[in-house]
Design a protein. Structure first.
Lengths: 433, 510
């Protein structure tokens, strides 16, 4: 039995069954789990570890990636007319066919496309799109076009499809918890530097300090046991007070810390990663995978895509950084023998206006393209490229609902039911397996 | 008007006001503040008696003329240096000069971040710095995009000057603030091809809030903000009539040949505008999700007071509701509040210079580097498993309750620059940790007061929490103190106890 499970079992014993009415369920403990008869709880605790199962890496391109200069409809005159300065010619692209080409900065993704491991999904969006970064990001993360949901699509997946999983089921490498992880029970964890992912105290192996720290960092009996029906956006519950929220995060941190440290110590990559933040994030994900964490979803973010002004070099550069990081990452996974277990899904809150603006940049737009890459992907072009002749107030009309993309990944890759996570039944597409 | 609270108040209420309207203080300061009585304490905060130049600015920002002269000189020198060079050599030279400029700007950004942070720690006008932070979050600009530290310094001075001034006047000033113009692309917005960035955020984030305007309003207003040009070298802003779209615009139902100020006048005529800022101020100072009645009441006062911020803050700080259980110790400290407050509690004047920025980065709030145009996400968004453990470890460093060297070196880096750079940073941080003196515990907790664990914990609790501890915590801390007690209770043990007390969910609240 792992230390983690031991810790958790001790916690369960002392706090859930031991304490009286006013208990607060830690985020990762399923409510039903707490109600299981004591005799069978070992079975429940030792659920499928998920150690060798499929992994999804969600890669956010924050700021609104210009889809039209990522996957370029170079064969369309309307494209060149709308973008006299920013438009790309065929010679500046990696042609996918006689109409479309990949931005030249995406050399590695071009190779993957050739090998059949890259799916390009075109025209992804949703009805009545919002042009605010914050609202649009919320829509994508919560899979709710009204942006009113308190839980995220991945958080709902953790809750409904991974019952009893420990908090490392989802790991975000962002500085803040992504809204996509918002959950009623298990919102995953955030991780930045594994070496620092522990309480460092002066006592060395001072067991007493550890013990006191542990007791101070779990829900107290006097914690206000408010309703656990609703959840706030950052993973906290609505109506729950700040202290109860902090105590639950503290407990999650405590119980996941040891596992993370063990795993981080195990593996050093032989592949060279660039010094960019995105490369460093991908490197850390690869270490966690190699170390055998049972994590199902990693979340990384690559920012700077809000190119209102002087777009050309900047946008190419950002795509290049992503391409370089993915190349190192997939090469690393191949060496580990984990290539076929990992799929990367990119998304961005919106694409950009078809016409360039006066600042040699582009303003907030609507539908856009995204990538799905990895050994389990059936490569090719999916969805229909939106027409550049038939625009909606200067913007592309979407042809694929983003929730279809999520549903496909959830059903075909993570092998779960997608309906709770994406709030409804959406068509499963053909790009997985 | 909100119901006023009586003039007599408790120590905890005084500490609450000092924490929220500023960055807290040490026990002596809290007691002094309490002694003024509620009304006089609020007036003292609002008076902001310390001069605007209470601490000296970074050398390069002292003299505006010198900064500009230097920029011109560099430009002239660049042209001079180019003469007689081949195209290839010129290109190389240009790259070198560019790199030098970037290095200098990076250094100046760090100076600036460290300078403002230190200012918050030592200020005698805490509300001014707190409000400057509020404005920086409300009207954010990032050095990452603006790239000229001096312009951000100027913007910061603008916010400080208007700290409790008039919201409408400040909004007008922000529209032509050089850093903001570069941050939200007003700079490149021209007649015929307006850039919508500033116009959109002006409505969505600065004055009205989502849902109180249409896409059409954004497009129309953007036309009004065309033709404003900022000179990057000098920071001068001019309005060039030829590039301004002087045609008729319709914004929120009002039509006219608006320029920027014309649009701002229209926005400030909206009911949503009168309530948007008061709600945000209430959430910043008191608690999230105030009732509609409360917001409407504040909105009424704000509009009646012609958008003056000072009377609005007075109303908030004197209200009964501000000291209710919904407000007391319910706010999750932001990283800057957490750090500055900790230093003030421990009577420290600052952190090692390079470490200041590094810690802020790890905790998720670097001054002059807000994540985006909405500023930072506050409240629960500051906290996740990683952030919480990082806070505990930072407390270990500051208190010297643990191996500061290990913490500083493991957390270093963060920016770009590859492995070599990382190694250099780690080495630097190691020495920072080694040389950190920590708090003066002999002064904070005199040795004669360490005899009894109960008294010791009580003393430290007032300093760190200013409230009664829960039974379980108090006992745990006392047990720890008892167990650590050898022949004497040395500074090391005080540091370890302080660190443990800070490594708790409770310490994250104010």
């Amino acid at each position: 039995m792992s230390d983690y499970l031991k810790t958790r079992r001790e916690f369960v014993k002392t706090s859930v069954w031991g304490a009286s009415a006013a208990w607060t369920v830690p985020m990762f403990l399923d409510r039903t789990f707490a109600e299981i008869d004591q005799k069978t709880r070992d079975l429940a605790v030792q659920a499928d570890s998920g150690k060798d199962r499929e992994i999804l890496v969600v890669l956010q391109l924050a700021g609104g990636n210009d889809g039209l200069n990522t996957v370029v409809p170079y064969g369309d005159d309307a494209y060149h007319k709308a973008r006299p300065g920013l438009g790309k010619e065929k010679t500046e692209l990696i042609a996918l066919n006689d109409h479309l080409g990949l931005n030249k900065s995406l050399g590695y993704l071009g190779e993957l496309y050739g090998e059949g491991d890259l799916a390009v999904v075109q025209g992804v969006g949703y009805p009545n799109p919002n042009r605010s970064h914050f609202v649009a990001t919320s829509v994508w993360e919560t899979a709710d076009p009204s942006a009113k949901s308190n839980t995220g699509w991945l958080g709902r997946y953790f809750d409904s499809e991974c019952p009893g999983a420990d908090p490392t089921v989802g790991i975000s490498l962002k500085k803040t918890q992504p809204e996509a992880f918002g959950a009623e029970k298990n919102p995953g964890i955030c991780l930045n530097t594994p070496e620092l992912y522990r309480w460092m105290h002066a006592g060395g192996d001072d067991a007493m300090a550890e013990e006191m720290f542990a007791s101070l960092n779990q829900p107290g009996e006097e914690a206000s046991g408010s309703s656990i029906e609703e959840v706030g956006k950052a993973g906290g519950k609505v109506g729950e007070d700040s202290l109860a929220f902090l105590e639950r995060v503290a407990l999650d941190a405590q119980v996941s810390s040891k596992r993370i440290l063990e795993v981080a110590a195990k593996y050093q990559s032989k592949v060279r990663y660039a010094g960019t933040p995105i490369a460093r994030s991908m490197n850390l994900v690869s270490r966690m995978i190699a170390g055998g964490l049972s994590t199902r979803v990693y979340y990384v973010s690559h920012g700077g895509f809000d190119t209102h002004q002087g777009q050309e070099g900047r946008h190419d550069n950002l795509l290049g950084q992503m391409d370089e990081a993915l190349k190192a990452f997939f090469t690393d996974l191949k060496q580990q023998g984990n290539y076929d277990r990992v799929t990367v899904l990119t998304f961005s809150e919106f694409g950009r206006r078809v016409a360039q603006n006066a600042s040699a940049g582009t303003d907030h737009g609507k539908g856009s393209c995204l990538f799905v890459a990895g050994g389990g992907v059936k490569g090719g072009l999916y969805g229909e490229h939106p027409s550049l002749a038939d625009l909606d107030q200067g913007d592309l009309k979407h042809t694929v609902d983003f929730r279809s993309v999520y549903a496909t990944v959830l059903e075909k890759w993570l092998k779960g039911n997608s309906q709770v996570a994406v709030k409804g039944k959406y068509e499963v597409m053909g790009f997985m397996g | 008007m909100l119901t006023e609270a009586p003039d007599t108040w408790t120590l905890q209420e005084a500490a609450h006001l000092l924490n929220r309207a500023g960055f807290g203080g040490n026990p002596r300061e809290v007691k002094e503040f309490h002694g003024r009585g509620r009304k006089k304490a609020v007036e003292w905060l609002l008076a902001m008696e310390a001069p605007l130049d209470e601490i000296s600015v970074p050398g390069w920002a002292v003299d505006e003329k010198a900064v500009l002269a230097q920029a011109r000189e560099r430009f002239a020198g660049m042209r001079e240096g180019m003469r007689g060079l081949s195209a290839e050599e010129q290109e190389k030279k240009r790259r070198e000069l560019n790199q030098e400029r970037q290095r200098e700007q990076r250094q100046q950004s760090v100076d600036l971040q460290e300078w403002w942070f230190r200012r918050m720690v030592v200020t005698k006008a805490p509300l001014r710095e707190k409000m400057t932070l509020f404005w920086h979050d409300h009207f954010p600009s990032s050095v990452q995009k603006v790239r000229v530290a001096y312009l951000l310094y100027k913007q910061n001075a603008l916010y400080r000057e208007h700290a409790v001034g008039n919201f409408k006047e400040l909004t007008r000033a922000v529209a032509v603030d050089p850093a903001m113009m570069l941050y939200l692309d007003t700079q490149t917005s021209k007649k015929g091809k307006p850039n919508e960035n500033f116009s959109r955020e002006l409505m969505e984030l600065f004055t009205l809030g989502e849902g109180n305007y249409t896409e059409e309003d954004v497009k129309e207003a953007a036309r009004a903000f065309t033709g404003y040009i900022v000179n990057r070298g000098t920071g001068q802003v001019t309005h060039q009539r030829l590039q301004w779209d002087g045609g008729e615009k319709t914004v929120l139902g009002k039509s006219g040949k608006f320029d920027g100020n014309g649009v701002i006048d229209v926005l400030f005529g909206q009911k949503a505008c009168a309530e948007y800022l008061p709600k945000k101020l209430w959430e910043f100072f008191a608690y999230e999700g105030p009732s509609t009645e409360l917001v409407e009441g504040l909105g009424q006062s704000f509009r009646d007071g012609a958008f003056e911020v000072k009377p609005l803050l007075r109303e908030i700080f004197l209200s009964k509701e501000f000291y209710s259980n919904s407000a007391l110790r319910t706010q999750i400290k932001g990283p800057v509040q957490f750090l500055v407050g900790m230093l003030r509690q421990l009577e420290l004047a600052g952190l090692p210079k390079v470490y200041t920025v590094s810690i802020c980065q790890q905790l998720g709030q670097v001054l002059f580097l807000p994540p985006n145009v909405a500023g930072w996400d506050w409240g629960r968004a500051w906290i996740n498993t990683n952030a919480l453990l990082t806070r505990y470890n930072v407390a270990g460093f500051v208190t010297k309750g643990t191996d500061a060297e290990a913490i500083a070196s493991a957390g270093g880096g963060g920016g770009g620059g590859g492995e070599q750079m990382m190694d250099r940073v780690r080495g630097m941080m190691r020495s920072v940790g080694r040389n950190w003196a920590g708090p003066d515990y002999d002064k904070l907790v005199p040795r004669e007061l360490r005899g009894d664990s109960g008294e010791l914990v009580k003393l430290l609790s007032f300093r760190l929490f200013q409230t009664q501890l829960e039974e379980k915590q108090r006992k745990t801390f006392e047990q720890y103190a008892d167990a650590k007690r050898g022949l004497v209770f040395t500074n090391t043990e005080v540091a370890e106890l302080t660190h443990l007390m800070m490594s708790t969910p409770h310490y994250q609240l104010t």
